[in-house]
Design a protein around this ligand. Structure first.
Ligand SMILES: [Fe+2]
Length: 108
């Protein structure tokens, strides 16, 4: 994902380092999944679900940023953010296919 650098080049100020509490919480949930299901076949299903939480958080963020960029007339940035949003959506869909085709059945 080269979009963070590319968006900066497209005219968006570089972000300051920020600790995102939501991501910290999601990562904590991942640790809990490993603790709770570490020795069972449900671990992979739990990890996929946790990864999808991250992807969907990213999709919400990139979608908002893309819309704001469009509204501000920052068309190059909006295009890059749309591409990144599509990448995140693709990752989420891939995880769904993986879970539904194999992992969830093994975990059941
Ligand atoms: Fe992602």
């Amino acid at each position: 994902m080269a979009s963070a650098i590319s968006v900066r080049m497209a005219g968006v100020k570089p972000p300051k380092a920020v600790k995102y509490e939501a991501i910290t919480g999601i990562l904590k949930e991942c640790d809990e999944v490993v603790e709770d299901f570490g020795d069972s076949t449900a671990l992979d299903a739990g990890m996929i679900a946790a990864a999808q939480t991250v992807e969907r958080y990213e999709m919400a963020s990139y979608g908002a940023l893309r819309t704001w960029a469009e509204e501000l007339g920052m068309n190059d940035a909006a295009k890059l953010l749309e591409e990144t949003l599509l990448e995140e959506r693709g990752a989420d869909q891939l995880l769904t296919r993986l879970a539904e085709a194999k992992v969830n059945l093994k975990a059941a």
